[in-house]
Design a binder for this molecule. Structure first.
Ligand SMILES: Nc1nc2c(ncn2[C@@H]2O[C@H](COP(=O)(O)OP(=O)(O)OP(=O)(O)O)[C@@H](O)[C@H]2O)c(=O)[nH]1
Ligand SMILES: [Mg+2]
Length: 294
């Protein structure tokens, strides 16, 4: 008998939602960075285990939006809450209950299982975990509270065990051997953005969008041409770097990751362009793939 369960992974930026998704799947499908607001759109991860297919929606961290892209991101996250059978609220061990968590707890209706996931236990202690449980439990009843370290893959299996209780009889939505519904082009664009988040200072990567212009696959190699759009003239030379060093570094790191993920040799051709203040323009946001489907 096939069973299915849809679960949304939500919380503030930077709590480790995407790291958790990757840990659940045992494979990288969502990019991760130490900077908040890494994830910009919903990312589907699929885990098929025995009879159950778990479909996870990783979402952008919920924050007070500063621009139109931010509004899109928050809408994506909030929208996911209403579309699923269960919700994982990811907080960090030691956290207090903030506005974001309060708004999420309010949005999840009483019939939907809500699991409190307390992440980053590897950098906290038992007292902090206990305090976090007390603080959050005072606000709302959870179907389960699961302390984990997504980074070290500890405790993650308890989330799956808990979610399995709520899976309903239903044919699977995806073949049992796929882990994400993201096209390879989208993964390539995200990996390039991840390297920029890692290598460049705060404001620059947050204003970057990556568009895959060409993706040509032969039996031996994938040739990818990507355009990196930054939002100011002054950012372009920084992304390119002295003698093109920075762009080369971004390209090398992205290529190495993509070769691992796609399992084939990759040739990456990167171009940097400027699209002034695109994060404030609905048309540009939509062109860069952030389309409002609700
Ligand atoms: N020590 C520790 N760090 C973690 C853990 N999980 C995630 N991190 C780190 O926390 C940072 C944020 O991780 P992400 O997975 O990108 O967080 P996110 O919640 O998806 O962030 P947004 O997409 O911006 O909302 C990264 O530097 C991760 O390496 C953990 O269990 N322990
Ligand atoms: Mg994320």
């Amino acid at each position: 008998m096939q069973k299915t369960l849809f679960a949304a992974i939500v919380g503030r930026p930077n709590t480790g939602k995407s790291t958790l998704l990757n840990a659940i799947l045992g494979q990288k499908v969502a990019i991760v960075s130490s900077k908040p607001q890494t994830t910009r759109t919903r990312i589907t991860g699929i885990l098929t285990k025995e009879e159950t297919q778990f479909v996870f929606l990783d979402t952008p961290g919920i924050h007070r939006p500063q621009d139109k892209l931010g509004s899109y991101m928050v809408k994506e996250a909030n929208g996911a809450i209403g579309d699923v059978d269960a919700v994982l609220l990811v907080v960090q061990s030691g956290d207090r209950v903030g506005e974001v968590e309060k708004s999420i707890m309010k949005k999840v209706d009483e019939d939907t299982p809500l699991i409190l996931v307390i992440n980053k236990t590897d950098i906290s202690n038992a007292a902090q975990i206990a305090e976090t449980i007390v603080r959050f439990s005072a606000e709302r009843e959870f179907s389960a509270v699961v302390p984990i370290s997504a980074k070290n893959n500890e405790g993650v299996e308890f989330i799956i065990e808990e979610l399995d209780k709520y899976a309903c009889e239903s044919p699977w939505f995806f073949p049992d051997d796929i882990v994400t519904d993201q096209p390879e082009r989208a993964i390539a664009a995200e990996i390039i953005r991840e390297k920029m988040l890692r290598l460049l200072a705060e404001e620059i990567p947050h204003g970057v969008a990556v568009v895959i212009e060409a993706f040509e696959e032969t039996s031996k190699i994938i040739k990818i041409r990507a355009e990196i759009f930054c939002e100011r003239d002054s950012h372009k030379p920084i992304i390119i770097g002295k003698h093109g060093d920075m762009l080369k570094k971004i390209g090398t790191m992205a290529r190495e990751d993509l070769e691992k993920i796609l399992g084939i040799k990759v040739f990456l051709d990167l171009w940097v362009k400027v699209k002034e203040n695109w994060r404030e323009q609905n048309a540009a946001i939509a062109n860069f793939g952030f389309k409002d489907e609700n």
